[in-house]
Design a protein around this ligand. Structure first.
Ligand SMILES: C[S@@+](CC[C@H](N)C(=O)[O-])C[C@H]1O[C@@H](n2cnc3c(N)ncnc32)[C@H](O)[C@@H]1O
Length: 349
């Protein structure tokens, strides 16, 4: 099992502070450099309780441990950080799994050594468990007052199953952050704020290696909120949206949502399951009224069309009678009428 770097980095220009996933202050004056993401500017945007004194907390897919350490900083009594113990536990498509060396599946994820280094340097009490989110249950890990799950759903074959498992180990609040839509390039939320849209894959960016980066999903705020309802959370907070970036090139629009296992009286945590479902019914009712209205309009239009068709036929017959057999026979004078009525009639079905 991985341990910390030895000896521990003790200078701010130590090259081992490069190549991390998170910007983390490891010790006074020693911070990881050029990490993929610097999440420090968004710590207050995800919905973590300001003080977590007396609480237990779980950080899923912890990587270098940023969120676990943040919850520790907020005073949580006990924090468990979870990540997969073998890279083979990640949701890699069969086509790539088959092409990897046998030893690959059993290797420890690259982040474990960094987690333990941060752990040692911060003199942290965070516990570390190797486990897949798919194996989470009250029996395997217990239950927690606060569960944080950041940027993990995007990498999973089955995000809903993960959320169902997360619900099962949450006894208070769960916070889920996931990849969202880019308002500039994919203004899906701007166009359809009330639709639960999920976006699959990124073929355009993956080129001839589709899925190589294990990036499968991004969600609209409404989709993430609805996923939480389906996973069984009693009340779900108003989802947030922002961007996470980092000096090492990370740049991702994200959405976050909170879910509680009890109904909430807070005005910031709008819909519980009943009102969420009620809203869906309202939407369904409104849609079916719209369909009814359109069907009625269609019926009315067909009635009008049939009446006009009858009047046209009548007018044509009158014209033929007036012209008499000597002229009507050639069809010359009646042709414009016939053409007109034929064209009109042919537009009906
Ligand atoms: C993109 S990083 C997110 C790191 C951190 N949670 C954050 O919000 O910045 C995804 C992490 O999830 C872990 N992971 C991938 N599949 C997992 C699974 N099935 N169960 C638990 N963790 C998983 C990866 O090893 C990686 O550390």
């Amino acid at each position: 099992m991985a341990g910390p770097m030895t000896p521990l980095p003790c200078r701010e220009d130590d090259p081992r502070l490069l190549g991390w996933y998170h910007t983390i202050e490891l010790a006074p004056g020693i911070t990881t450099r050029n990490a993929v993401y610097d999440l420090r500017p968004v710590v207050d945007r995800v919905g973590l309780p300001e003080s977590m004194v007396g609480m237990t907390a779980l950080d899923l897919g912890t990587a270098d441990g940023f969120w676990a350490f943040e919850m520790e900083r907020r005073g949580a009594d006990r924090i468990v950080a979870v990540d997969i113990g073998r890279v083979g536990q990640s949701d890699v498509l069969p086509r790539y799994r088959a092409s990897l060396p046998d030893s690959w599946g059993d290797a420890e994820p690259y982040c474990a050594e960094r987690f333990w280094t941060a752990h040692a340097m911060r003199r942290s009490r965070v516990e570390y468990r190797t486990m897949s989110v798919y194996d989470l249950s009250p029996e395997t890990i217990g239950t927690f007052d606060v569960v944080y799950c950041g940027s993990l759903l995007v990498h999973l074959f089955n995000p809903l199953q993960a959320l169902i498992n997360i619900r099962s180990v949450t006894r208070g609040l769960a916070i889920v952050e996931a990849c969202g839509f880019d308002p500039e390039h994919d203004p899906v939320e701007e166009a359809f704020p009330d639709r639960p849209y999920a976006w699959f894959g990124s073929l355009d960016a993956d080129g001839d290696e589709p899925g190589r980066n294990c990036m499968y999903w991004r969600f609209s705020r409404r989709a993430l909120r609805d996923l939480m309802i389906y996973a069984g959370f009693e009340s779900v907070g108003r989802p947030g949206r922002y961007r996470i970036t980092g000096p090492g090139g990370g740049d991702c629009p994200v959405v976050t949502v909170t879910g509680r296992v009890t109904p909430s009286a807070s005005p910031d945590e709008e819909p519980g399951i009943p009102s969420g479902l009620e809203r869906s019914y309202e939407h369904l009712r409104a849609t079916s009224h719209a369909v009814d209205r359109l069907s009625y309009e269609l019926w009315e239009t067909r009635q009008e069309r049939d009446a006009l068709r009858a009047r046209l036929e009548e007018a044509e017959a009158r014209l033929r009678r007036r012209e008499g057999p000597h002229r009507g026979g050639s069809g010359r004078r009646s042709r414009p009428w016939s053409r007109l009525s034929r064209r009109f009639l042919s537009t009906g079905n």
